[in-house]
Design a protein around this ligand. Sequence first.
Ligand code: F6P
Length: 548
Amino acid sequence: MATTGTSRTPLTQLSSWKALEEHYQKIKDLHLRDLFAKDPKRGERLSTEAAGIYLDYSKNRITSETLDLLLKLADEVGLRERINAMFSGEKINVTEQRAVLHVALRAPKDQVINVDGHNVIPEVHEVLDKMTDFSNKVRSGEWKGYTGKRIRNIVNIGIGGSDLGPDMAYQALRHYSDRDLTVRFVSNVDGTHFAEATRALDPEETLFIVSSKTFTTIETMTNARTARDWALRTLKDDAAVAKHFVAVSTNADEVKKFGIDTANMFGFWDWVGGRYSYDSAIGLSLMIAIGPENFRKMLAGFHEMDEHFRTAPFEQNLPALLGLIGIWYNNFFGAQTVAVLPYDQYLEKLSAYLQQLDMESNGKHVTQEGQPVNYQTGPIIWGQPGTNGQHAFYQLIHQGTKLIPCDFLGFYQTLNPLPPHHDLLIANMIAQAEALAFGKTAEELKAEGSPDYQTPHRVCEGNRPSNTLFLERLTPEALGKIIALYEHKVFVQGTVWNIDSFDQWGVELGKVLAKRIIPELEAVKEPELKHDSSTNRLIERYRQFKRK
Ligand code: F6P
């Protein structure tokens, strides 16, 4: 049985894996129409509810035997031990020798989680209290800008995990936000992003939150310097920086070097991965927007899902089920992607957020021990809110040649009751899952009077799998539960694939090469270019035309 850091039986040699391969050959052509016809209670049987999330996984191409084998796989890869290892602060991020403890960010005060013999929970709550105090001051107007004006604009500067989380969650929880505050997010090194985000803002009323775990990320530091110049053009005194800039980082030295007083720095720790960090101080902009009470409710939602994941048997465990069913399509059906389709406009940035969470975590080609994998790892994650997607890319999901497992996500109640909108929205969500699963046969079309020449074009073969997740309403708690659910789903899959889901070495190469090219773009002719002929030519053209 696998445990952290020890080498494991190769995945494809596990008995459950081999059994799944054989089982796949037997059931790959089974149709959801037949599975439902044979088992009238399938919709009830293959659904479960926990932490306020109802999961219907009956529209998947699985049988009881598939589930049994997947659960056996979870045992064989040591999922339970691995969960315990994460929650107890073991250094499961082996390539960086770090603990992986985003679960500590939402643990209650009296919990004890040790890293190197040191309980981290008191520090987590100290930072939360400091964030609370600061947020209250900004929200009440007690924290003033350098010229004595109230802060009305919050601009978070960060990228990746230091941007996507707070931005997604701010959009998701806008309903709970202080509408007198303007909250914006700048991430791209493209100056257009900064220019547009600060357009029409008054520097005297603007607070920048520079969010960067390392405080060395080139995009963020460039935007932060531009922000300082922008603010000081009006405020005209370096002393103003203390009132208009705060930092969220693990790197106090770099924060100091930038000129931000470390009294205005909100810390976190190396055991929080960037893409797992928006419930740390990285969420400061969100806390200011929605208030500390709502932020803490969101943390409680995260924690409820953490506890469910840690304790529930895998057959009722939402992240385990989603993760294992995802493995079934990814590794046996050869599905390349997963569509996440929230039926809620507030969740418009969810798929962008999940792209980083999932793809930066599980986009890996070697095992924890550094051996090349001989199986597929992380899928491509994509999607956008329904019903917009229906009029764009759903055609391919219904009738294209690719198998695309989908997650539908909806709420029984809307935050903006404008009848009949919500009924129409949810009717569409339910109908899409139904249409994908059951399709439309040539016989049905004929019976409806479809002309023969159209029939083959109109046939929807169905058997396209989906999960449906239903929650009461989009509250801060609900958002916390949804995000923790997906975090742990990614963890389950990373465990099966035996990869390090918590490093991101691949991102580094591009960063290093960009650093080499920057001075070459700035120079008119020199230095001599020593790249390949394509890269050299692109740099030459840019140099030639950028000044015209
Ligand atoms: O894209 C790589 C990455 O390291 C992400 O993992 C991280 O979220 C992002 O850059 C930003 O890093 P930082 O918070 O250190 O600026």
